[in-house]
Design a binder for this molecule. Structure first.
Ligand SMILES: [Zn+2]
Length: 461
């Protein structure tokens, strides 16, 4: 007799949607089939869609060091309430940032005691730390994140072209991707300086300082360096249809490139930023309707690989400044990725299997996370049980993140997560966190890189 059977749901598998039961033993799925025999425990999932647990490959829980901004205790609970079972934490805005093995170890220890979902860690690529990347790879980072413009935190400086070039060479040798925040420093900084000199500091001025071309130029440059070095490239949070087009152009020239966007670029526009202000400030900024619509079209055509939250919270006071340029740029929405995409995507023709790929399986595959992101025999039992017909109004009390500061506040969204199961354990159930055991570190399977004739040390597989 198995430990748990989830009975009667519509199971979203890589091959399509099937009405089936799911049998779980320990942490793993052992069978997906109709009319499975009884188990020690059963969950009635009739009327619910069952998706693989959401894998949020891009967020900032800011632990250790800035848990008053968020922390994994609150952040992972919000993720779980949104159907998430695994997140990849960015190397900033924790303090210290994850730019060497010692700082990786500190973050791992902190998250092992605070997170209820599983987690993986990004390493950082900053000027001067190319020599630290090998040790970070050995610790188990999923890749290396670099900023091509100012990151907003002084301890995580932007990667100049030489750092990016040499970092990509090293990442290629290590068999890991580099992820870039793609906005041109010269364009954004130059425009910001000129706008400040003109005395403008409002929302429209901020939008003027970060045009779409700053994104397009940076994607093209990163793509060129990735092709030259043979490095796998991941472009985080592409905000515009033109940005996706630039990434596809790089791909057409044999660059191994993956494309990420975020729910907020699909749901909101610059008009929303002008209307609701600081809670919707992010970089790159929200775009005009035509870029938002072009981005949706790219998603529906299958050109976008991954949708991640880029949850980037801060304390309330950092969203309250007279000068809009000084307000923290970051949207906190980790709990609402699935409802947002169900509510806005399904009517546009985004199928559930495609949605599941965007928020789970594609990320697992791209970053070498085995046995996650798919509902099939042998996979980890990471599941989200979702009522596609129910709606919810996002209220202050709905948020499990630390500060209820979010553009999702007040929205009515279709698609309610009823239960989240992480490695066979129900960690969230109908509004309540039920996790009894903590999350653990997930390491990627690294593809053994081609041997460089000049390489002096080997790498693990
Ligand atoms: Zn981010």
């Amino acid at each position: 007799m198995s430990d748990l059977v989830i009975r009667g749901g519509s199971v979203v598998t890589p091959q399509g949607i099937v009405d089936a039961d799911i049998s779980i033993e320990g942490e793993y799925i052992v069978e997906v089939a109709s009319d499975l025999p009884s188990a020690t425990r059963e969950i009635d999932a009739s009327g619910l869609a069952i998706l693989a647990g959401l894998i949020d490959i891009h967020l900032h829980f800011n632990e250790p060091g800035r848990t008053y901004w968020e922390g994994a205790a609150t952040g992972s609970r919000a993720l779980a309430a949104g159907g998430g079972t695994l997140f990849f934490d960015m190397p900033l805005n924790s303090s210290p940032c994850t730019i060497n093995a010692k700082h990786f170890d500190a973050k791992r220890v902190a998250l092992e005691s605070s997170s209820i979902t599983d987690f993986a860690l990004w390493g950082g690529l900053v000027p001067g730390n190319v020599g630290d990347l090998a040790e970070l790879a050995d610790r188990g980072v999923v890749g290396f994140k670099a900023f091509l413009c100012d990151s907003g935190v002084p301890e995580f400086p932007r990667a100049d072209d030489l750092t990016l070039y040499e970092g990509m060479k090293e990442a290629a040798r290590l068999g890991l991707p580099v992820a870039v925040h793609a906005e041109s420093d010269e364009i954004t900084k130059g425009l910001s300086k000129r706008i400040a000199e003109d005395g403008r500091r409002d929302i429209a001025a901020f939008l003027d300082s970060r045009p779409v071309i700053a994104e397009v130029e940076a994607i093209a440059r990163a793509g060129l360096l990735a092709r030259e070095t043979g490095c796998k490239l991941h472009i985080v949070h592409i905000s515009s249809g033109k940005g996706v087009a630039a990434a596809l152009e790089a791909r057409s020239r044999a660059t191994d490139i993956s494309i990420e966007t975020c729910p907020h670029y699909l749901l909101f526009t610059e008009d929303d930023l002008l209307r609701i202000g600081a809670v919707a400030k992010c970089a790159p900024p929200l775009r005009c309707c035509s870029e938002r619509d072009a981005l949706w079209a790219s998603v529906l055509r299958g050109e976008v690989d991954v949708i991640a939250s880029d949850h980037s919270p801060c304390p309330p006071e950092m969203k309250q400044r007279d000068n809009f340029f000084e307000i923290w740029g970051g949207i906190a929405g980790v709990q609402w990725t699935l409802p947002a995409l169900i509510d806005k995507g399904i009517d546009k023709g985004l199928g559930l299997t495609h949605l599941a790929a965007l928020v789970s399986s594609n990320g697992a595959r791209r970053f070498g996370i085995d046995r996650r992101g798919a509902i099939e025999t042998g996979a980890h039992a990471d599941l989200a049980l979702v009522d596609l017909n129910a709606t919810q109004v996002v209220r202050r009390g709905s948020f499990l993140q630390r500060h209820p500061i979010s553009p999702y506040l007040g929205m009515e969204l279709r698609g309610v997560v009823r239960k989240t199961i992480r490695r066979g354990e129900v960690i969230y159930s109908d509004g309540t966190i039920t996790a009894l055991t903590p999350g653990s570190l997930v390491r990627p399977r690294r593809v053994r890189p081609k041997r460089n004739r000049n390489a002096t040390s080997g790498t693990n597989a």
